[in-house]
Design a protein around this ligand. Structure first.
Ligand SMILES: *[C@@H]1O[C@H](CO)[C@@H](O)[C@H](O)[C@H]1NC(C)=O
Ligand SMILES: *[C@@H]1O[C@H](CO)[C@@H](O)[C@H](O)[C@H]1NC(C)=O
Ligand SMILES: *[C@@H]1O[C@H](CO)[C@@H](O)[C@H](O)[C@H]1NC(C)=O
Ligand SMILES: *[C@@H]1O[C@H](CO)[C@@H](O)[C@H](O)[C@H]1NC(C)=O
Ligand SMILES: *[C@@H]1O[C@H](CO)[C@@H](O)[C@H](O)[C@H]1NC(C)=O
Ligand SMILES: *[C@@H]1O[C@H](CO)[C@@H](O)[C@H](O)[C@H]1NC(C)=O
Ligand SMILES: *[C@@H]1O[C@H](CO)[C@@H](O)[C@H](O)[C@H]1NC(C)=O
Ligand SMILES: *[C@@H]1O[C@H](CO)[C@@H](O)[C@H](O)[C@H]1NC(C)=O
Ligand SMILES: *[C@@H]1O[C@H](CO)[C@@H](O)[C@H](O)[C@H]1NC(C)=O
Length: 355
């Protein structure tokens, strides 16, 4: 009996010493040896990445305080996390305040000040939950090379960017396999979700405000331009340029296959309720006249997508050159009055296009 108590006591002691509180960037190196890293209120120095890389399997990273960053023009990221079986948790009351307004100049990543990306994750079998993020300088979460990662209850509040020059403040950029993003809230000035490459991505129960909508693409700028098995379900898109969008680059090759958008509500979209185009040129959403066929869009199911577009917008617009097997039903988008000529819509789609 005595021995057992001793073991329990030792385990308890180890458990305690295995938690590292971080009050200074200099504490991080030692903290990485612990199973629980608790980030308290601290300022990360300018031009430095808060590097939580190659963490031990099973590590819990807690954000528990106000995290800020020094100012410098550089490309970031401000935070980088990598490892397997990692749990990243935002504690109630914490805030990651990037103070992006110091960089905002209306030009995003297209010019002006060099702006740091916010958060790069390279995780396997991991979860990221409860983060509360404010004013990212440019792109928020880069989900790169991840596999079996769930992101839940994350709030990205870049709403001040609407009036202070926020631009290219993408919510989630996904370049990964088997990622689930749910119950998140994003107010930004670019894509809420942008999937450039990857498979088995679920985007469910999210609210997107102010940005460019829930996007696949742009496709065609990377070595691997395959997107497969994407499920967008039960989301709201409010005050945004687009509702849902698939954009593929002209003269590129790749494949967008097996994509489902289901139960998406649009409110006050300014440009396009549904926009699917195979003529994406570069930044700024430019469209060339003619779409090209190198990135086929196949097995695209859209159902229960409903809501309103402003009169200056178009409810549904499709310009593609190689599309097949689209199953669209229960689409009810109204309000847009600008008419456009759709191209390449597969014959099985009986939804009115171009109005
Ligand atoms: C993952 O980490 C947790 C501790 O955070 C641990 O309890 C669990 O056994 C680990 N799972 C695997 C598969 O390593
Ligand atoms: C991603 O993490 C893995 C190990 O978890 C590592 O081998 C790889 O170099 C990391 N890649 C990047 C770009 O950080
Ligand atoms: C992510 O969520 C799915 C569905 O709830 C679950 O099956 C999976 O195990 C979760 N993955 C992780 C890493 O927690
Ligand atoms: C991607 O992650 C895997 C598994 O952690 C790792 O082996 C590989 O090096 C990573 N690749 C890159 C480009 O980071
Ligand atoms: C691209 O990735 C997919 C998995 O999504 C894979 O099946 C395919 O072989 C890859 N293509 C190239 C050219 O690497
Ligand atoms: C949408 O924009 C209007 C006008 O700016 C604003 O009153 C409303 O609160 C916005 N909706 C959301 C959910 O932010
Ligand atoms: C819709 O968005 C416009 C800006 O594009 C805004 O002026 C208007 O107040 C919004 N309407 C509602 C009902 O939110
Ligand atoms: C059109 O898409 C199909 C796959 O659906 C593909 O086999 C074909 O090569 C594509 N056509 C062109 C001209 O790229
Ligand atoms: C897409 O729609 C078709 C036709 O309704 C259906 O057979 C197929 O299972 C759907 N795919 C998904 C992934 O729901």
């Amino acid at each position: 009996m005595r021995g057992e108590y001793a073991v329990i006591f030792l385990t308890w002691l180890l458990g305690i010493s295995n938690c590292a509180n971080v009050f200074d960037i200099l504490d991080v190196k030692v903290a990485k040896k612990s199973q629980l890293i608790s980030l308290k209120t601290l300022e990360v120095p300018a031009g430095v990445t808060l590097k939580l890389t190659n963490l031990q399997s099973g590590t819990v990273v807690e954000f528990d305080g106000v995290l800020t960053f020094g100012y410098q023009e550089w490309s970031g990221p401000l935070i980088k996390i990598s490892g397997e079986n990692i749990s990243v948790v935002g504690k109630p009351g914490h805030l990651i305040n990037c103070e992006g307004e110091r960089w905002w100049d209306g030009l995003g990543s297209n010019g002006g000040k060099i702006k740091p990306k916010f958060f790069e994750m390279n995780l396997t079998d991991s979860t990221v939950t409860g983060l509360n993020v404010k004013n990212t300088p440019v792109h928020a979460f880069s989900i790169k090379n991840c596999s079996n990662v769930n992101v839940t209850n994350v709030k990205i509040d870049n709403s001040e960017g609407d009036v202070k020059g926020g631009h290219n403040t993408d919510g989630f950029d996904v370049n990964s396999h088997n990622v689930r993003i749910s119950n998140c809230w994003v107010h930004n000035q670019d894509d809420c979700l942008a999937i450039n490459m990857g498979s088995d991505v679920v985007f469910e129960d999210n609210v997107c405000i102010g940005g460019h909508g829930i996007s696949i693409g742009s496709i065609g700028f990377r070595p691997n331009n395959t997107v497969n098995r994407i499920r967008v379900k039960h989301c709201e898109v409010i005050n945004s340029t687009n509702g849902i969008r698939i954009k593929t680059k002209t003269h590129a090759s790749g494949w967008v296959n097996d994509v489902t958008y289901e139960d998406v509500e649009l409110k006050n979209v300014s440009g396009y309720g549904i926009l699917i185009h195979g003529n994406y040129r570069n930044s700024g959403g430019n469209m060339e006249e003619t779409p090209s066929p190198g990135v086929p869009i196949t097995n695209l199911n859209i159902s229960k997508v409903r809501g309103t577009v402003q009169p200056m917008g178009t409810n549904i617009y499709v310009v593609v050159a190689n599309a097949s097997n689209w199953n669209w039903d229960n689409i009810d988008i109204s309000g847009g009055t600008v008419e456009r000529n759709c191209q390449g819509v597969p014959p099985e789609v009986d939804t009115t296009c171009g109005k």
